[in-house]
Design a protein around this ligand. Structure first.
Ligand code: SF4
Ligand code: SF4
Length: 536
């Protein structure tokens, strides 16, 4: 399991260069996202070469040739050779598979150096597949294409999950496994293009109804040598199969794919045209909600809290008047004693309440008389001391401790009478491997004795989640122009706000006030730890 996890995490970290070579396709999939832009356009040979070259210069290791249907480009084989000559480690294409029915064509791409072909196969017989891709005979051709490539290069299968094929998913996967295919990516439909415009009733499905079929198919991943991935599939659909939850960093691809839309929203205030009914079916719903709030907070006239680090002090002055208007405070994030001294010395007299986030509580304690910080957030127990925490609490301060291995022992060494001043914060982790390494078992007895627990649903902490301050600004997310940097914001969203619940949470009395558990904690603990409760 650990090996499979590291394979998946290193795949996420690999730099991939996607090059779209045309906007042409000879299928007409009922769920096609790009049907609106398929206008027959073929990129010129020179333009594609330039993109391939630039991608490599930017450190690309894997080149992915896509379309439309990339194999229809007259220079497709040349692009493989060109990518190989540029030094890409791996060259992959995504295909409907029909061109590969021609043995000579299949031979040419193999000889040119293609490493991997991902076939989009949505059924295991012609009736189902041809109906979904809108072309009679497509299955027969794609199947012949598979036969021409399996065993010669890496071949894997994408299946777009929908109401018509999920009931057959187990059989579909079995069918292709019998052909010698070992890797499958199960794609969730998104509410765009033809899927939403023409076929939403036919294709979109009720996850609760489809769950038995999905669970049966997911079981196949336990067969030796089988790799199964999911793409955009919402985490609640994967209860009991949390190892299949897609790495949340893939969100970067979604944001890059709609970059113009998000930049217009940020710069001009133009709300996305897709906003509306479809948001409830869209995997970006949480992201867009968070972005909407963040953009509003940045433009607001007052501000309750600003987070800043040493690199973004220049922007802080812009927000001080708003902070003062709201009686808000600054969180300084620092990992060095030098920065700590700087903040403690400079800022407290300019704002009313300050929080210091630091890995070095001892250095903070030494400065506490001069600094006047009221709240300390300790971001790692490593190097922290219960005695220092207790001393600070005796002075009336409030301390936030991370929920990580050793927290129970740490708390037991802080006198019970002071623990009311302690908040324990569930730490969102960047990767699931971090959660597995650092997060303690969920049954931590002493949590009940602290003042507050944040970042953890009430069904786990036994304590209601405290209301957070309304308007908050994180200056660390600004680019050099002082605008919200979309890539940094995406990282921030993944780390701070990407929370999920179980489908079962619909019956929980706490649900309206609950944001669920962080995505990587869910991937570690499983959704099964969440226990809906009745109003009490
Ligand atoms: S969630 Fe965002 S991207 Fe998705 S449909 Fe709504 S506005 Fe568009
Ligand atoms: S809504 Fe779900 S996660 Fe939240 S408290 Fe209820 S069971 Fe727990």
């Amino acid at each position: 399991m650990v090996d499979e996890l590291s394979v998946k995490e290193s795949a996420v970290k690999e730099k991939r260069i996607w090059v779209r070579v045309n906007r042409v396709c000879n299928n007409g999939c009922l769920f096609c996202l790009d049907s609106d832009i398929h206008d027959g356009f073929m990129e010129s040979r020179e333009a594609v070469e330039e993109k391939i070259r630039r991608g490599r210069e930017e450190g690309g290791e894997r080149l992915i040739l896509s379309g439309g249907e990339a194999s229809l480009h007259p220079d497709f084989v040349h692009f493989i050779e060109f990518g190989r000559a540029q030094g890409y480690r791996w060259i992959q294409t995504i295909t409907n598979g029909r061109m590969y029915a021609y043995r000579k064509f299949a031979d040419r791409v193999v000889a040119a150096g293609l490493n991997e072909t991902t076939f989009s196969m949505h059924g295991h017989h012609a009736d189902l597949h041809d109906r979904l891709v809108g072309v009679p005979g497509a299955f027969k051709q794609a199947f012949a294409g598979l036969q021409n490539l399996v065993g010669r290069i890496v071949v894997n299968i994408d299946v777009v999950l929908n109401q018509l094929n999920i009931p057959h998913l187990h059989d579909i996967l079995e069918f292709y496994m019998a052909m010698g295919i070992h890797e499958f990516d199960l794609l969730h439909m998104v509410p765009f293009g033809r899927a939403w415009r023409e076929n939403r009733e036919l294709l979109f499905f009720d996850p609760v109804e489809m769950m038995p079929h999905l669970s049966l198919a997911f079981e196949l991943r336990h067969r030796p040598g089988i790799y199964m991935w999911t793409n955009r599939l919402p985490a609640p659909f994967l209860e009991g199969n949390e190892d299949l939850i897609q790495d949340p960093h893939k969100l970067h691809d979604e944001v890059r794919g709609r970059r113009e839309m998000f930049e217009e929203w940020r710069d001009l205030g133009t709300e996305p045209v897709c906003q509306g009914d479809r948001c409830g079916y869209c995997p970006m719903e949480g992201f867009c909600g968070s972005l909407r709030k963040t953009l509003a907070d940045l433009k607001g006239t007052s501000c309750d809290s600003v987070t800043c680090d040493a690199d973004h002090l220049a922007f802080l002055d812009l927000y001080l008047p708003r902070l003062k208007a709201a009686g808000g405070g600054v969180s300084f994030v620092s990992s060095s004693p030098e920065d700590t001294l700087c903040y403690v010395g400079q800022f407290p007299e300019r704002i009313s309440t300050s929080t210091l986030v630091t890995a070095n509580p001892a250095a903070v304690l030494q400065q506490s008389d001069a600094g006047g910080f009221a709240q300390w957030v300790i971001d790692s127990l490593e190097g922290a001391s219960p005695e220092v925490v207790a001393a600070f609490c005796r002075r009336g301060g409030e301390v936030t401790l991370p929920f990580e291995n050793g927290i129970d022992d740490f708390l037991s060494r802080v006198p019970a009478s002071l623990r009311e001043q302690v908040t324990v914060r569930a730490v969102p982790r960047l990767f699931v491997s971090d959660s597995r390494r650092l997060d303690p078992p969920l049954s931590v007895g002493l949590l009940a004795t602290v003042g507050e627990v944040v970042g953890m649903p009430i069904c786990l902490s036994g304590k209601p989640t405290p209301e957070e301050r309304e308007v908050r600004v994180d200056l660390r997310l600004m680019n050099e122009e002082g605008k919200l940097d979309l890539a940094l914001f995406t990282d921030w969203f993944v780390l701070q706000e990407y929370r999920v619940k179980s489908l079962r949470c619909a019956s929980c009395a706490g649900s309206p006030r609950c944001e669920g558990l962080h995505i990587n904690a869910v991937r570690n603990y499983g959704l099964g730890v969440l226990v809906p409760f009745e109003e009490d």
